[in-house]
Design a protein around this ligand. Structure first.
Ligand code: MLT
Length: 409
C-alpha cells in the first residue's frame, strides 16, 4: 500500500498566496463590476528591460540554428553567467568568489526549499516570525517538526519573533540552533538589516557551528547607502553562510525564472562521527542529480541584466517600484496609519487600524476598497495585527488603491 508523506498533513490546507487568490476570485465572481487592485503577492508587473529581452530573443534564435544549437547545459549554470555574477554582483562589494561556489537555478523559492536535502533532520532550525512561508512549510514537509500549537508554531522549530519592539529583526535564540534563516531586505516586513545586526548572527553562527541561510532576493531594492547587499560583506560569513539571490523581483523574472545560490567552499557541517563535509560538495551532488540547469536563453537574459544598458534599465524599473512604495508609505502615513518598510524594500508593513485582525482587515479592504493585500498573520503568529502591501503594481493602480484606503479609513 502506498503511503503519503504524513508531514504534509500537518500543514494548513493551502499555501498562503493561492488561498488569497481563491478568496479574491470568489469576490470578483460575486462582484463583476468591482475594479480590484492587487497588491497581495509580490509579483512584478513591468516588462523585461529591453536589453534583457534582446539577449533573450537572440539566444532563442541561436537554438534554431544547427551551428549554435545547444542541448543540456551545465547543471550549475553557464560560465558566462557565473563569471558575470562574480564580476558584477560581488567584486564591487569587495567579495571574492570562485565560479564553483555559484549555482544558477530556477528560483530562490526552490533553492531555499531544496537546500534542506543536504542537512540532517535533527538539525535545530530557527526562523523569524513573521517570515516568508516557504522556510517554515518546507521544514514541516521534510519532517523536522511536530504538529502546530494553537498559535501556529510547529513543535521543534525555533521561532524568533520580529516585532515593533525589536525593530523587526530577530534576536539571538536562547537555545542553541544549527541553522537559521535570515532575509534582508525582509519579506514581509520590508525592513533591512544593517551590518551590526548581521555581524551578530555571523558571530553566533561561527561560535555555534551553525549555518545561516541568507535570502537576499530583494537586495537590489536597497536605496539607502551603508546597508549590506550581501552577507559576505560581513567578516567570517564566507565560513558559515549560504546566500540566495534572484532575478525575479530585480529584473522582472518571476515568470522567466532565474536565481542563484552561493555556497562557499569553506562552509561545512558535520557527520554524526564529527567529520567535516563541505556543503558545496553536497549541494553540487544534489543539483547534478536532481536538476538539469536553467535554459540557455534564460541565462543569456539574466547575464544581460548586468550589461551597462541592462543594468540602467533594470534600475529604472526598480526606481519605479520604489516610487510606488513611497506613494503607499507616505499616503497611508498621512492618513494616520503606522507603516514600516517601503524604503529599502518593495513591501510596506502596516499596522491594522483599531487593532483588528489581519484577516478582518483583508476582508474590509477587499470588500470596502476592492484592494488586495496580504494578512500579516499569514506570515506567522507575530504578523497578526499587521498587513503587507506590495509595491509591484502600476503607479496608477497604487495611487488609486491608496486613495480608496484613505477615503475608507
Ligand atoms: C511574496 O509575495 O511574498 C512573493 O511573491 C513570494 C515569492 O517570491 O515566492
Amino acid at each position: 500500500m502506498a503511503r503519503v508523506n504524513e508531514h504534509y498533513l500537518k500543514l494548513s490546507a493551502g499555501y498562503l498566496f493561492p488561498e488569497i487568490g481563491r478568496r479574491v476570485r470568489a469576490f470578483a465572481e460575486a462582484n463583476p463590476a468591482a475594479k480590484i487592485v492587487r497588491l497581495g503577492i509580490g509579483d512584478v508587473t513591468r516588462p523585461l528591460p529591453p536589453a534583457v529581452l534582446k539577449a533573450f530573443h537572440d539566444a532563442v534564435s541561436e537554438l534554431g540554428e544547427e551551428k549554435t544549437f545547444m542541448g543540456y547545459g551545465p547543471e550549475q549554470g553557464y560560465g558566462f553567467l557565473i563569471d558575470t555574477i562574480i564580476e558584477k554582483a560581488y567584486a564591487p562589494l569587495g567579495i571574492r568568489l570562485k565560479p564553483s561556489e555559484i549555482f544558477v537555478s530556477d528560483g530562490s523559492k526552490c533553492d531555499t526549499a531544496n537546500i534542506l536535502d543536504i542537512f540532517a533532520l535533527d538539525n535545530r532550525v530557527a526562523i523569524a516570525d513573521p517570515v516568508y512561508p516557504v522556510y517554515n512549510d518546507t521544514n514541516v514537509m521534510v519532517g523536522r517538526s511536530g504538529p502546530p500549537d494553537e498559535r501556529g508554531y510547529y513543535q521543534g522549530i525555533v521561532y524568533l519573533p520580529c516585532t515593533e519592539g525589536n525593530g523587526f529583526f530577530p534576536a539571538l535564540p536562547k537555545e542553541r540552533v544549527d541553522i537559521v534563516y535570515l532575509c534582508s531586505p525582509n519579506n514581509p516586513t520590508g525592513m533591512v538589516a544593517d551590518a551590526r545586526q548581521l555581524k551578530m548572527w555571523v558571530d553566533y553562527a561561527l561560535a555555534n557551528d551553525a549555518v545561516i541561510f541568507y535570502d537576499a532576493a530583494y537586495e537590489a531594492f536597497i536605496t539607502e547607502p551603508g546597508y549590506p547587499h550581501s552577507i559576505y560583506e560581513i567578516e567570517g560569513a564566507g565560513r558559515c553562510a549560504i546566500e540566495f539571490r534572484s532575478f525575479s523581483k530585480t529584473a522582472g523574472f518571476t515568470g522567466v525564472r532565474c536565481a542563484f545560490a552561493v555556497v562557499p567552499e569553506e562552509v561545512s557541517a558535520k557527520t554524526p562521527s564529527g567529520d567535516r563535509v563541505p556543503l558545496n560538495r553536497l549541494w553540487n551532488r544534489r543539483q547534478t542529480t536532481k536538476f538539469n540547469g536553467v535554459s540557455y536563453p534564460v541565462q543569456k537574459a539574466a547575464a544581460a541584466v548586468y550589461s551597462a544598458e541592462g543594468w540602467r534599465q533594470t534600475m529604472e524599473t526598480i526606481e519605479y517600484y520604489m516610487g510606488n512604495a513611497g506613494v503607499i508609505r507616505e499616503g497611508l502615513k498621512s492618513a494616520g496609519f503606522t507603516v514600516y518598510g517601503g524604503v529599502n524594500a518593495p513591501y510596506i508593513w502596516l499596522k491594522t487600524p483599531g487593532g483588528i485582525s489581519s484577516w478582518e482587515f483583508f476582508d474590509k479592504l477587499l470588500t470596502g476598497c476592492h484592494v488586495v493585500g496580504t494578512p500579516g498573520s499569514g506570515f506567522g503568529p507575530s504578523g497578526e495585527g499587521f498587513f503587507r502591501l506590495s509595491a509591484f503594481g502600476s503607479r496608477d493602480d497604487i495611487a488609486e488603491a491608496v486613495e480608496r484606503i484613505r477615503k475608507n479609513y
